[in-house]
Design a protein around this ligand. Structure first.
Ligand code: UDP
Length: 360
């Protein structure tokens, strides 16, 4: 299905990091993919993002200001904070001024301000919520929008929606990727992969403990967001066969990732989706993940990887020993079936149609 009329859309990025820096986590790639998907469907797209963002071929308005602190490192009772000259505040000041040039504004920030501002705008604001419930203040802010504008909230997985009181009002967008950027690799070298922000909630230490147990090398890619956490892992596992390989562009990451026997996903939090799972599958790389959150909805146990009882290193080791049972072709096929830009484009249009219709 394709809409007869094209929409003018303003995509407002995460205020946590510039696009391309890795500091904004999966949202950076998610926003880029959504922009591409919408452009392919003949919608007109402009992106608002922090200064220093890189976005090839997509109209970009760069906005200066101080970045937000990441929400996932905070506790449930954390207060709402904004720094002086807040980039988030500056985004929405800009959005307020140009709103009438657009049909819908799409918010990618998991932050209080855009939810609070929603009733004050004259144009509809669609919110793509990138994490599960983390703080009481955010829950309340999102719930109020879900109550007043019930079509506007989208999430990445059912498990993520389940963490919220307004679970029934969430549209499950999942995610989508430009699969032509990921080359299928039918064979692998003898190492495992771990990809993500190196921060406590991502649980890298479990993957390190697992490879120490099985004696297979682990290559690690991603931004070191929490230096002391990374040092702690190196101190605790001095002899683990691990190698840190830096933060790579999508092009280089898929090349390197494709040579891996499997991707280990060991988050300690409820991962809303897990972009890296699809990136691995697209390269033909099976995924071993804890059975919780987004990865549990992505991995088909025994077909595209293995799901393991959460937080069990022995379970990871056992799954690694069964990797030969997984056919890498099935991994790629699964990514193509559900997670292409086209598949996401159909879901995006359903979501946006509902928002536009509910305004008229
Ligand atoms: N990533 C990357 N280069 C790297 C390592 C990671 O571009 O070397 C990107 C990866 O493509 C993914 C993101 O980092 O889009 C991690 O997103 P994910 O959804 O897995 O986790 P999040 O950071 O949002 O918790």
């Amino acid at each position: 299905m394709s809409r007869s009329s094209s929409l003018k859309l303003l995509l407002i990025s995460t205020p946590v990091g510039a696009i391309g820096s890795g500091r904004g986590g999966g949202v950076e790639l998610t926003l880029t993919n959504i922009a591409r998907s919408l452009i392919a469907l003949n919608h007109s797209v402009t992106v608002v993002a922090p200064e220093g963002s890189v976005l090839d071929g997509i109209p970009l308005v760069s906005i200066a200001g101080n970045l937000q602190v990441t929400a996932q490192s905070q506790g449930r009772e954390t207060l709402i904070t904004l720094p002086a000259n807040s980039v988030l505040g500056n985004f929405w000041n800009y959005a307020r001024q140009v709103q009438h040039d657009y049909d819908v504004l799409i918010n990618f920030a998991y932050d209080w301000l855009p939810f609070y501002l929603t009733p004050f705008f004259e144009r509809p604001i669609a919110h793509l919520v990138s994490m599960g419930s983390l703080t009481d203040a955010m829950d309340q802010a999102i719930a109020e929008v879900a109550e007043q504008f019930p079509t506007t909230i989208a999430v990445h997985s059912l498990a993520q929606a389940e963490t919220f009181s307004f679970r029934d009002r969430c549209f499950n967008l999942k995610n989508g990727f430009d699969l032509s950027q990921y080359q299928f690799n039918p064979t692998s070298k003898n190492h495992l992969a771990w990809v993500g922000r190196i921060a406590p909630e991502k649980g890298l230490e479990d993957a390190v403990a697992a490879v120490q147990k099985v004696g297979i090398p682990l290559k690690i890619w991603g931004v070191i967001q929490d230096e002391s956490y990374w040092n702690h892992i190196q101190t605790n596992y001095p002899n683990a066969p691990i190698e840190y390989c830096g933060f790579l562009s999508t092009q280089d990451l898929q090349q390197a990732l494709g040579e891996s026997r499997a991707l280990l996903m060991t988050p300690h939090w409820l991962e809303a989706f897990g972009n890296v799972a699809i990136e691995a599958l697209a390269c033909g790389v099976p995924v071993i993940a804890y059975r919780r959150g987004g990865p549990a909805e992505i991995v088909q146990d025994g077909k595209t990887g293995w799901l393991v009882e959460p937080d069990r290193v022995d379970g990871l080791a056992e799954a690694i020993s069964k990797l030969d049972q997984i056919d890498r072709t099935n991994c790629r096929l699964d990514a193509e079936r559900e997670y292409s830009l086209e598949a996401m484009g159909e879901r995006l249009e359903i979501w946006l149609d509902r928002i536009v219709l509910s305004q008229t």
